[in-house]
Write a protein that binds this ligand. Structure first.
Ligand code: GSH
Length: 207
């Protein structure tokens, strides 16, 4: 069984949803359960995934995602069409390396900028940058319901997880109509609901 180190509502939620979509069992370990997490990941971030089949402990969300999608044949990741595969990887990287860091600025500013006006100005700029990225997603969704085409891909799941983060900040992030519909469909997936429930149970067990 896979072991996933997680934080509630963090990007590790997308890893867990994809594991469930792939029909894989997963045991969750809350980051706060680990006395010295730097031994698991020197960078200090989740997700971290232990793969029992190769004995490796993997870090970096996009690398974990691609490893899982390649290992477990599935309709979310094209295996025989090189161009479609490249697009799927591009979408994963857009989510992980472009959209996620854009949201990370909000978390950073809330702890690093103490002057209220300066912080709010930073939030507004960061929110504009995030909205511009959602417009890129909206443009991609004009002809298809998901970035993955007719069905949700790992990138759709990752973006849907990040879309929940804006609510924690005093910001106005614009998400287009087709993108909102994509997110609603992803949040309604059984795997997503089960993953949220499993996170909640693991977090409750810590109290
Ligand atoms: N590039 C890393 C970034 C991961 C990341 O920033 N994770 C956040 C949660 S979404 C985290 O673990 N932050 C540390 C913390 O909140 O303790 C990856 O994709 O795995």
């Amino acid at each position: 069984m896979y072991t996933l180190y997680f934080l509630p509502d963090a990007c590790s939620l997308a890893t867990q949803v994809v594991l469930r979509e792939l029909g894989q069992e997963v045991s969750l370990i809350h980051k706060q359960q680990v006395s010295d997490f730097s031994r698991i990941n020197p960078v200090g971030t989740v997700p971290v995934l232990h793969d029992p089949d190769n004995g490796q402990t993997l870090r970096e969300g996009a690398a974990i995602m691609i490893h899982l999608l390649e290992k477990h044949p599935n309709p979310m990741f094209p295996h025989n069409d090189a161009n479609a595969r490249l697009q799927a990887i591009r979408n994963i990287m857009f989510a992980n390396a472009t959209m996620h860091p854009a949201y990370s600025r909000l978390f950073f500013a809330s702890s690093a900028i103490h002057d209220t006006d300066a912080r709010q100005a930073f939030f507004a700029n960061a929110a504009n940058a995030i909205s511009a990225l959602w417009q890129v997603v909206e443009n991609q969704l004009q002809e298809q319901p998901f970035l993955g085409g007719e069905q949700p891909s790992a990138a759709d799941i990752m973006l849907s997880v990040y879309s929940r983060w804006g609510a924690a900040f005093p910001v106005n992030i614009q998400i287009g109509e087709k993108t909102s519909a994509m997110i609603d469909r992803v949040l309604a997936m059984d795997s997503f609901k089960q993953a949220l429930k499993a996170e909640q149970q693991a977090a409750d067990a810590l109290r």
